[in-house]
Structure formats: structure tokens, C-alpha cells
Design a protein around this ligand. Structure first.
Ligand code: FAD
Length: 456
């Protein structure tokens, strides 16, 4: 039993991590297949080159390595029908025209009724950067007549690019600075020491005491380990901070861990010119950093919970393939995946967040949302195209998970669920895939260190 406190550390002895590893072993091939083998999920459309960094001049931080380049799809013929601008324009006809969001709320009737025959709401083009107030990200423009870059995600794997130094650090610094919530009234009702108030509590609340005891042992163990390894703790001290702020930090830090894992796992050996795992890279960045690893597990649980919650939503979703067989197959795959995720708050209990219904609670949520949007804007400052692609996609993926967890069913009675853009769905599934693959890569690295230590 293990407590997922902000300072909790991963340990081989911790059953809950083992449980998540087990779950991942079962789900990983499925998530991979969904992300890699369906047209809907293996392409992405985003504005990769035209958005300027809104915070500083990014000219100095540009990555000149060939590995930083992204291969975009220039030839319309190579884009699957689902993603073709032509297809999008076809859906842009008057019948499929999306009622303005304000009207939607006033109409208070099923959105489907407003659309043309056989046109699902997910087929409707997003015209501009219009932001739903419940979005956690600045949306990537999908509009048919607007500039967008088509990318095959399979052709542009997330891997080592050589992007580093001051430019990369400046971006990470800016991202972590977003965690400095300033609201003096931030909710402190979720005590840092209470397992039952942590959203990530795989074993439920009835074992809280056992977990607390275990936690004390683990803390002492980790402190000792960290001291002997000279490992430093990341991030601010959260002992006295509100739960939401801790969650914000864990999401960002877990994403950072995932990126580091991928770049170490698919590393370019500059002597041989071959790509493969680099054990030293893992040791330097992650091996003695239990908190970073813990935050990756946290993200896995968090994303799984969001995908699980989408089960019913996708039943009415039209994937716009124009190919009913492929459409049905994609829907079936998501449904099977969602069904395989333990239901209820067993893995991640989002209901303990933003529970303060006073004005302060609302403000905190707004603050949280705005800060996350800022993180998505900071991605335009990443000076390496490939890193920017995956940074944007994953931020969008986490933003979508936040939207699903905190805006679906958290609104006023009668308020419709927010729409999910296709880029949001694609980002969510691919972010889950990246996180799940990172956990698998960590298994490989742990075994490699063990083999090195024991000589076997
Ligand atoms: P960095 O990873 O740059 O970390 C900077 C500091 O942040 C560390 O010194 C540490 O104090 C802290 N830190 C590190 N990890 C964590 C964590 N998990 N939680 C909390 N704090 C932490 N490079 C690639 O090769 N391929 C990519 O695809 C790629 N994508 C990127 C995407 C983004 C959005 C950004 C900003 C950078 C990306 N990079 C990528 C660069 C990469 O992340 C590193 O910045 C680079 O490899 C330099 O690493 P570093 O060892 O100096 O530390």
C-alpha cells in the first residue's frame, strides 16, 4: 500500500506502483495500437510555425539540429480523408454550421439536432481560436481555411533532438513558474497529510491508516536514499500548500519526466549514428529522482481516469471518416480501452479537488485554468520544432484531461458538456500513449541498472 502524497516516492516495494505497472502492461499494446494504427489518432493538425513566442524573443533558443525538424505533410493526397481540408470544408456547409456557443446554451436541446443529417458535433469545423471558457488550453486552430500543419505522428517520433542549454531551460523555468499561485485564499482544506484527500489514492480510503504508517516508513527510506545519492527535491515545498497547486506541479513535472524518458530511450549515439536507449542519460536525469518518477505515475493514473470517463461521450461521437467501418472500429477500440480502466475513483479521485464552493474556490479553479492555458502558450517558445510538436500535443492532452475531469458533470444543472475538438481527443489519446510508453521504458532502464549492479 502506498500513499501518493506530494513528497511520496516511488519504490519497488510499493504495491500501488506495481499495480499501475501491471495495468499498463495490459493496456499498453491497446493504447499503442489506437494511437499508431488508426488514421484518426495518428495524425494531428496544429499551427507549428506561425505563432510567435508571446513572452520573449525566441531567436536565440533555436535548435539547428536535423533531429529537431518535423516532417509535415505538404501533399494533400497524403493526408487521410479524415483530416483533409477538403473533407472539413464539405462539413462546413450551412447544415453543419455550429451554433455559436452562447446560443447553444440558450437552446438547451441536444446539439445533434442542430446539425445536418448524419453530421456529428465532432465533425464541425472550429472556425478560429475561439476559446470555450472551460478550456484549459489555447486551442489549436482546425479551421478549414486557416493555416495549419498536418503531421503524421508516426513519422515524427518523440526522441532525442539535442535541444538543450539556455533556451530549453528558459522554457522549463517559465513553465514551472506558472505554478506560483498567488491567491491568498487558496483552499487549504485538503490537508497535505491526509491520504483520503489526495486524488491519487489507488487503494481507497479504508486503508488510509495502513498507508499512513507505510508512508512514514517510505519517507524515512527515501530521505535516506536521497541523502546518500545526493539527490535534490524538485519544485517548491508543498507541505503547506493546497491540493490543487500540488496537482498542477505534478502534472507538469510528470510530463517533464515523460519527455526526459523518451529522449533517453530513443537517443542518438553520435559516434555510431545509431538510435537506442542511453542508460547514462536515464541515470543522470531520473534514476535517483523518485519524485519525478512518482509524478509520471500520477499522470498515468490521471489520464486513465479521464479516458475512462469518456466512455459514454464517445458513443455519440462521429469520427468523420466517411468510412463507417473504420469509424465503428475506432469507437470500439476506445470503448474497450475505457472499459478496461478500473471504474470509479479507485485510481484517481478528482472529486476532492475544487470542492470549495465559495467564491475563493471558483477563483482558484479559474486561476488554475488560466495558468494551464499559459503553459500551452509557452509551448510556442520552444525553439525546436519536434519538441514543440510534442510539447504542444501533450499540453493539449493534459488540458483535455483536465477539461474532462473538471468540466464534465461539474457544471450547473442542465448545462451541456463542453465539446471536445478532434485535436483534443487525438492529443489525449497520444498523451496517454506517451505516458504509458514512458512507464515501459522505465521498466527497461530499471532492469538495465539492476543487471549492471548484479552483473547478470
Ligand atoms: P532539463 O530537462 O532541461 O531540466 C531543467 C531543470 O528542471 C533540471 O535541472 C531540474 O532542476 C528540473 N527538472 C528536470 N526534470 C524534472 C522533473 N521531471 N520534474 C521537476 N523538475 C525537473 N529534448 C529532446 O531531446 N527531445 C524532445 O522531444 C524534447 N522535448 C522538449 C519539450 C519541451 C517543452 C522542452 C521545454 C524541452 C524539450 N527538450 C527535448 C529538451 C529537454 O527537455 C531538456 O531541456 C534538455 O535535454 C536539457 O536537459 P537538462 O539535463 O539540462 O535538464
Amino acid at each position: 500500500v502506498c500513499a501518493f502524497e506530494p513528497k511520496a516516492k516511488v519504490s519497488d516495494a510499493c504495491a500501488s506502483y506495481a499495480d499501475l505497472d501491471q495495468l499498463n502492461t495490459r493496456l499498453h499494446p491497446y493504447v499503442r495500437s489506437l494511437a499508431n494504427n488508426t488514421d484518426f489518432f495518428s495524425y494531428y493538425r496544429l499551427n507549428l510555425y506561425d505563432k510567435q513566442c508571446p513572452f520573449w524573443s525566441d531567436e536565440n533558443g533555436l535548435c539547428g539540429n536535423i533531429a529537431c525538424a518535423v516532417t509535415t505533410i505538404e501533399n494533400e493526397g497524403d493526408i487521410p480523408d479524415i483530416w483533409k481540408a477538403e473533407e472539413l470544408s464539405r462539413l462546413e456547409g450551412p447544415k453543419a454550421k455550429h451554433p455559436p456557443r452562447k446560443e447553444q446554451r440558450e437552446l438547451q436541446r441536444p446539439l445533434q439536432g442542430e446539425l445536418g443529417d448524419g453530421v456529428g458535433e465532432s465533425c464541425v469545423v472550429e472556425y478560429d481560436d475561439e476559446c470555450d471558457e472551460r478550456d484549459y488550453c489555447v486551442p489549436e486552430d482546425e479551421g478549414a481555411g486557416t493555416k495549419g500543419d498536418y503531421v503524421s505522428l508516426n513519422d515524427n517520433p518523440e526522441r532525442f533532438t539535442g535541444y538543450s542549454g539556455e533556451g530549453a531551460h528558459q522554457v522549463w523555468d517559465a513553465i514551472y513558474r506558472e505554478n506560483c499561485f498567488s491567491k491568498p485564499g487558496a483552499v487549504k482544506s485538503q490537508s497535505a497529510g491526509s491520504l483520503s484527500s489526495d486524488p491519487f489514492s489507488p487503494f481507497g480510503q479504508n486503508q488510509a491508516q495502513a498507508a499512513m504508517d507505510f508512508k512514514q516508513v517510505m519517507k524515512a527510506h527515501d530521505r535516506q536514499q536521497a541523502q546518500s545519492a545526493g539527490a535534490a527535491e524538485d519544485g517548491p515545498d508543498f507541505e503547506d500548500e493546497c491540493l490543487e497547486k500540488r496537482v498542477f506541479h505534478r502534472v507538469i513535472s510528470g510530463m517533464h519526466t515523460s519527455i526526459s524518458t523518451h529522449l533517453c530511450y530513443d537517443y542518438l549515439n553520435q559516434t555510431t549514428g545509431e538510435w537506442g536507449p542511453n542508460l547514462q542519460c536515464y541515470k543522470d536525469r531520473l534514476h535517483r529522482k523518485p519524485e519525478r518518477i512518482s509524478n509520471l505515475y500520477f499522470n498515468y493514473a490521471f489520464l486513465l481516469r479521464a479516458v475512462g470517463k469518456l466512455r459514454d461521450y464517445v458513443q455519440d461521437y462521429t469520427f468523420c471518416t466517411g468510412d463507417t467501418v473504420q469509424d465503428a472500429r475506432t469507437k470500439k477500440m476506445i470503448t474497450v480501452l475505457a472499459d478496461a480502466i478500473p471504474a470509479g475513483p479507485k485510481i484517481f479521485d478528482e472529486s476532492v479537488m475544487f470542492t470549495d464552493h465559495t467564491l475563493t474556490g471558483v477563483e482558484l479553479k479559474e486561476d488554475f485554468r488560466n495558468r494551464f492555458r499559459n503553459v500551452s502558450r509557452i509551448m510556442d517558445c520552444v525553439g525546436c520544432d519536434k519538441c514543440r510538436l510534442w510539447g504542444k500535443l501533450q499540453t493539449n492532452g493534459f488540458g483535455t484531461a483536465l477539461k474532462v475531469l473538471f468540466e464534465f458533470g461539474h457544471g450547473d444543472v442542465g448545462q451541456e458538456k463542453p465539446l471536445l475538438r478532434r485535436t483534443e481527443l487525438v492529443a489525449l489519446i497520444n498523451t496517454l500513449d506517451k505516458t504509458s510508453s514512458a512507464l515501459k521504458a522505465l521498466e527497461y532502464f530499471r532492469a538495465a541498472v539492476e543487471a549492471e549492479t548484479t552483473g547478470v
